[in-house]
Design a protein around this ligand. Structure first.
Ligand code: ADP
Ligand code: ZN
Length: 605
């Protein structure tokens, strides 16, 4: 069997995605690999296929024990012998699994990093031919990452203890240079093949909104997405509690997750979500690493997160099955303050010297600013994200709220000069609220107190909406002509570059909205031809089969597979096997039921 054959037989896919083949080839050829791929790009297949093809055992090291069971279940469903070892198992089951492992019953074993130091586990490993070690969420080894796990530092020591060094593959979705360097050096990879695939996720629709009332807007969004599964991310535990109570009150089947809940409740709620008993999860960022529920069709951020790394990771949990999905961020100016407060009040990492601590602090504030700009920009949101991660992008993607709203690049040099000189005339002592009032010629007490109605810039933008003037000030900040001080009462100041606009004859351009078209959303190729009525019937059938087998629905087939089934309407097992996501094992297990349902549906029509 070769890799292509394995992909078809065990996973039901006909072609590899970008990067997968390169990684599989390297691992099969005995080369270490360091792989950076965005969430949902398909990292698991990159070590699962080598695991099938290599002679010995593959260890998958993963930090999230709560999710191993799902992953192992999904493999077993595909006919791949796998098991997991972690502290959630009773001593009996643990012992049994260990001895089955010793007897060569498995191709893959998922383990938590802390297992690597236990004696029983080591004794068995020393006796076994281990071909491959896959380190999932490899960024956990680095203290520069978000999720530093000290136990990850012991992986290299474990490897050196093995009689024969297996090939090592490290996988992550977080990709800064420092983290990548740490992964290679701390895991002691041997001149690894570096594979970084594009960060773009074309099936995700990105949107930012600044609603007057977040609760009302959220309810509206969820109402439009009934029957769909999604995550609502909040910044704090308290907000999670409030939002979940609100949704429950309105009869929405929602559950919650944050670090303040008991382990038992977290497990239960996560399961309710995974099994679609409660399709909406309200959570802090404590929820989701390693979640591979593939049918999450929206991720709504109730608050802006602290940086784009977090945002893209969280938002990226939508649409992992490749079907169109939405990532909507509800922005409010208060989010900036809350995040700044959290950064300022978080304990510095004690393993770092004061200089580095200070550098980390300033880096965090800078990242927060770039996150804020994402919420303010009129530019293509996808383009903004891709640029942030160092990738090229088209000017307009056609699949985000900026592109849908429609905008044009406009010469705003005169307006920019007016705004900048207004900031100067107000003494560079005031925040955007005051500058906007002065430019619009509003008579407030504070304007009068400061005598600003006598300024030459007073009322220059009379008749313009607050939002318009604010957009101009935001654009001046984003392009680096104004900066806002940090702290309790942020103040706008000019940067040295502002001179070029005021007196240097430099042009100032920014995007302004043009008459908004009807927002349009792109559907992925072919998906819109799916027969909705049939799709609904197949969904019901899937729910029945899943509950009979006690597995989450998406482990039977993903939404993307159901869509293709309802579009193609296969008649025979051969035709069924050609549908993406239908492997031999699943065809044998579920094929008949689905073919019958499709036949019955066609006859009824
Ligand atoms: P990651 O670990 O990178 O976040 P996964 O490994 O969970 O992503 O894969 C995401 C989804 O993509 C899964 O449903 C997986 O079955 C699917 N997938 C992986 N490889 C392919 C492929 N070559 N063709 C089609 N779907 C794929
Ligand atoms: Zn766009």
């Amino acid at each position: 069997m070769d890799k292509k054959e394995a992909l078809r037989r065990f996973f039901g896919y006909t072609s590899f995605r970008s990067g997968q083949e390169e990684i599989i080839d390297a691992l099969l050829g005995g080369r270490d690999v360091s792989c950076v791929m965005p969430t949902g790009a398909g990292k698991s297949v990159c070590y699962q296929i080598p695991a099938l093809l290599l002679p010995g055992l593959t260890l998958v090291i993963s930090p999230l024990i709560s999710l191993m069971q799902d992953q192992v279940e999904a493999l077993n469903q595909n006919g791949i012998p796998a098991a997991f070892l972690n502290s959630s198992l009773s001593p009996q089951v643990y012992g049994q699994t260990l001895s089955d492992m010793e007897n060569g019953c498995y191709k893959l074993i998922y383990v938590a990093p802390e297992r690597l130091s236990t004696e029983g586990f080591r004794a068995v490993c020393a006796k076994l031919p281990i071909s491959l070690i896959a380190v999932d969420e490899a960024h956990c080894v680095s203290q520069w990452g978000q999720d530093f796990r000290p136990e990850y530092r012991r992986i290299a020591e474990f490897v050196s203890f093995l009689p024969q060094r297996p090939v090592i593959g490290a996988f992550t979705a977080t990709a800064t240079k420092a983290v990548r360097r740490d992964i290679a050096s701390l895991l002691e990879l041997k001149s690894p093949v570096q594979v970084t695939t594009g960060f773009d996720r074309p099936n995700l629709y990105f949107a930012v909104e600044t609603p007057n009332s977040k609760p009302l807007r959220l309810l509206q969004l969820l109402d439009e997405r009934r029957e769909k599964s999604g995550i609502v991310y909040c910044l704090t535990r308290r907000t999670v509690e409030e939002v979940e109570a609100l949704l429950r009150d309105k009869g929405i089947r929602a559950t919650r997750y944050h670090a303040g809940l008991t382990e038992e409740e977290r497990r239960q709620n996560q399961e309710d979500f995974i099994f679609d008993r409660k399709p909406v999860m309200v959570a802090t960022n404590a929820f989701g690493m390693g979640i591979d529920k593939s049918n999450v069709s929206f991720v709504i951020h109730y608050n802006m997160p602290k940086n784009l790394e977090s945002y893209y990771q969280e938002a990226g949990r939508a649409g992992r099955d490749g079907a169109p999905a939405e990532c909507i961020l509800l922005f409010g100016a208060k989010d900036v303050h809350t995040n700044r407060w959290m950064i300022e009040n978080s304990d510095p990492n004690p393993n770092l010297d004061p200089d580095t601590q200070d550098a980390v602090f300033r880096r965090d504030l800078d990242r927060l600013r770039k996150m804020e700009f994402y919420c303010l920009t009129q530019d293509c949101l996808r383009g903004y994200i891709l640029h942030y991660f160092g990738e090229k992008a088209q000017v307009q993607c056609g699949n985000c709220s900026s592109c849908a709203a429609g905008s044009a690049l406009a010469d705003m040099t005169v307006e920019a000069q007016q705004a900048l000189s207004c900031v100067v005339r107000c003494g560079q002592h005031f925040g955007s609220g005051m500058i906007i009032d002065v430019l619009r010629g509003v008579e407030t007490e504070r304007v009068a107190e400061n005598g600003f109605q006598k300024l030459s810039t007073y009322g220059l933008m009379r008749g313009q909406a607050v939002a318009e003037v604010r957009r101009l000030l935001d654009a001046l900040r984003m392009q680096g002509y104004l900066k806002q001080t940090d702290g309790e009462r942020p103040v706008l100041r000019l940067t040295p570059e502002a001179k070029s606009i005021l007196t240097g004859g430099k042009k100032f351009e920014m995007r302004v909205p043009v008459a908004p078209e009807k927002p349009k959303k792109r559907t992925a190729d072919g998906l819109d031809t799916a027969d909705e009525a049939l799709f609904e019937r197949l969904r019901k059938l899937r729910a029945k089969l899943a509950s009979r087998a006690s597995v989450p629905a998406y482990v039977v087939f993903t939404d993307a597979t159901l869509r293709e089934l309802s579009a193609v309407k296969p008649q025979t097992e051969q035709e069924l096997l050609r549908v993406s996501g239908v492997g031999e094992k699943k065809a044998a297990r579920y094929g008949k039921a689905f073919l019958e349902e499709i036949r019955a549906y066609s006859e009824e029509k």
